[in-house]
Design a protein around this ligand. Structure first.
Ligand code: HEM
Length: 192
């Protein structure tokens, strides 16, 4: 096993751990089925989702470091800019970090601030009405992130040998359909 193989293993493992958008969407779809929850239950769900942001930053950073290392081990660093697939992967990773930052630095603190004002057994209607649109935005961003992660995986397997353009296109469409499906349902059977 070469150093390249070892770093590639780390890179792929990191990517597996970047599945947070998938499972966060499953969690929020489960919460919707739960109906009007006790405040403590709601806070528990929020803790699960909030905690994933920091983990996600760390996995994104690891994907970047291992990706840059793989590039350097394979050829000149300039490959990062001359290999269009690598450049696209790098840009997609930066977009993912940007979307995560919107959630972590803007949406989540606003949701947390509103939840902190809630008292009693359930979230009062006036607060729930303000949290709803923020959660919807966060859910849409999570579905977008899921689509971008799948697309980046699709590019990952094409860094040095490309698929036919039509096949990449079909797989990107399937990725979008899957992200849409996860957005709408709790996918009890994995793909469905
Ligand atoms: C969300 C971010 C990323 C995802 C999901 C991702 C995913 C993947 C996947 C699935 C592979 C396939 C490994 C294999 O062939 O078995 C791969 C390979 C690779 N990735 Fe990434 N990657 C990401 C970010 C990056 C970044 C930022 C870079 C460069 C700066 C990078 C550079 C590479 C390289 C050089 C390979 C090796 C390709 C090969 O040996 O065939 N990746 N990536």
């Amino acid at each position: 096993m070469s150093l390249y193989d070892l770093v590639k293993f780390l890179h792929v493992l990191t990517v597996v751990f970047m599945a947070a958008p998938l499972y966060n969407l499953v969690v929020v779809n489960e919460r919707a089925r739960f109906g009007k929850a006790h405040l403590q239950v709601d806070l528990y769900f929020e803790n699960l989702i909030r905690g994933n942001a920091i983990r996600c930053y760390i996995f994104q950073l690891t994907a970047l470091v291992t990706g840059v290392l793989l590039t350097g081990l394979q050829g000149p660093w300039t490959l990062l800019f001359t290999n269009r697939v690598l450049l696209a992967k790098l840009l997609l990773l930066l977009v993912l970090t940007g979307l995560l930052s919107v959630v972590h630095f803007s949406l989540q603190p606003r949701i947390d601030g509103l939840l902190a004002q809630a008292e009693g057994d359930a979230i009062p209607q006036a607060i729930a009405a303000q949290i709803g649109p923020l959660r919807l935005k966060r859910k849409r961003l999570a579905a977008t992130c899921l689509f971008l992660v799948i697309t980046t995986v699709l590019l990952g397997v094409q860094v040095f040998s490309r698929f036919a353009a039509w096949l990449t296109f079909v797989l990107v469409v399937l990725a979008a359909l899957f992200a849409w499906r996860v957005y709408r349902s709790r996918i009890p059977y994995g793909w469905m």
